[in-house]
Design a protein. Structure first.
Length: 446
């Protein structure tokens, strides 16, 4: 069944975009393929970005759907996997395909997808790659996560009868303003979706202001609340605990350019009060680790680097955790976590990962990507907001000196995450209903 949206015909801008992307697709592919190759992705899998599948379409039981999820990178892929697990519980005969664009998200998918689910790199948003992708996979439904509005992909899928949903919908204010200048095209693209689930009421109104059908827009909460706890490497954790010993530890995680200076200034202040305190500093992008190391030297602090195999010694004041995939292990090391991307207007990062690990959260004010999450988390006592280095030092000092208060904050954070996760069953049921994924669903081409 094909959606009959109220967005009218494709606009001249859409047709121009479609023509341009078809022309530049070969050049875009060279760029993305080179990036994937640099990260160890095989040539065969690189070609998935041109729509050439590297595995066969699964054989489906009669009436069972193939449900396609798409997320840009790691965070969106983890949110998608959360929903895949919920839907798999309700439709055990369904098969799932997850697409994303980065090598890191592919590695995460390989570890976290349930048995039988498939990961592929997403086709470039151009007519040829999209046609090949849809010819091979023929998905019954396509569920896009957050801000993935790919015009050619959405239009082609909807024309073939694929029912579409946008979940965890999030557009920055800048993106909203940009789309408002192209109102007719925005309305056309959004009308491809049968259902749009926003992270909060404000985002729901933004989607409606861009032309989305009011009847198809609903707040759906934040899918990241229901993601499984990050994996913990038990052996690595025990080694870290052995190295740290009885020393107090705090963590600054997912930090960005312009934030480490504030964090290091706070740590220098804290060392006056707690001389054996160790900071675990985890840059959001490990490729920045050389620059961050230089900042630590400039702050005249001693440090060790995980990527170099350095151990934490009694002299280590800062442990630069410049690796990927170990956040869960570090969160298990200390219940006191500052979450970066928030001291500057970056938008913040996922506090549910911290809360589900049983840790309390310190955040800066720049959490525009989680406006539905941080205020109630702070109100529940699971997080505190700071503005600068003195405020950060004060928050860490308070929780180090008041273990009962820290324990209460950790309990509040984990309780908040559990309560939010319970809403996801309703999201799964809504998707099944609106996308025609009930037990009698058949493929639209059947």
């Amino acid at each position: 069944m094909t959606s009959q949206g109220s967005g009218g015909k494709a606009t001249a801008l859409f047709h121009a975009y479609r023509a341009v992307t078809a022309l530049i697709a070969p050049f875009a592919y060279r760029k993305v393929a080179a990036k994937l190759a640099a990260q160890g992705v095989s040539p065969q899998r690189q070609r998935e970005r041109l729509g050439h599948a590297s595995v066969s379409r699964p054989t489906l039981p009669s009436g069972a759907p193939l449900i396609w999820f798409h997320g840009a990178s790691v965070g969106e892929s983890l949110a998608a996997i959360t929903l895949i697990n919920r839907l798999a519980e309700k439709r055990s005969d369904a098969r799932f395909l997850l697409t994303s664009g980065t090598a890191t998200s592919a590695a995460v998918a390989e570890k976290r997808l349930p048995k039988g689910a498939i990961h592929q790199f997403a086709p470039l948003d151009a007519a040829g790659p999209v046609r090949r992708f849809l010819d091979h996979w023929r998905p019954d439904a396509g569920i896009f996560v957050e801000s993935e509005l790919w015009p050619v992909t959405l239009s082609a899928a909807q024309k073939r009868g694929t029912r579409l949903a946008l979940v965890n919908a999030r557009l920055s204010d800048r993106s909203v303003r940009s789309w408002q200048k192209r109102a007719a095209t925005a309305r056309f693209i959004l009308s491809r979706f049968d259902l749009l689930l926003s992270q909060n009421d404000h985002m729901a109104q933004n989607l409606i202001s861009l032309g989305a059908d009011t009847a198809r827009v609903q707040p759906g909460g934040n899918l990241k609340a229901g993601a499984a706890a990050l994996p913990v490497d038990t052996a690595a954790l025990e080694a870290l605990r052995s190295d740290v010993g009885a020393r107090p530890v705090w963590i600054a995680s997912s930090t960005h350019d312009g934030e480490e200076e504030t964090i290091l200034a706070a740590h220098r202040t804290l060392l006056d009060r707690f001389p054996d305190l160790c900071l675990v500093l985890i840059p959001r992008h490990p490729e920045r680790s050389d620059k961050v190391a230089e900042l630590i030297r400039d702050a005249e602090l001693t440090f060790a680097r995980r990527s170099k195999g350095d151990a934490i010694t009694p002299r280590t004041q800062v442990y630069l955790a410049d690796t990927l995939g170990e956040l869960g292990t570090f969160y298990a090391l200390s219940p006191l976590v500052f979450l970066g991307g928030s001291l500057r207007p970056i938008g913040g990062h996922n506090p549910f990962e911290v809360a589900r690990a049983g840790a309390a959260v310190i955040t800066g004010p720049g959490t525009s990507n989680f406006t539905e999450t941080f205020p109630p988390l702070i109100a529940a006592g699971g997080a505190v907001e700071v503005q600068d280095a003195p405020g950060l030092a004060h928050a860490v000092q308070h929780w180090l000196e008041e273990p009962e208060a820290l324990h209460a904050a950790c309990t509040a954070a984990s309780g908040f995450a559990r309560s939010q996760a319970q809403e996801l069953d309703g999201v799964a049921d809504l998707l099944i209903d609106r996308l025609g994924l009930g037990a009698k669903g058949t493929h639209p081409d059947a």
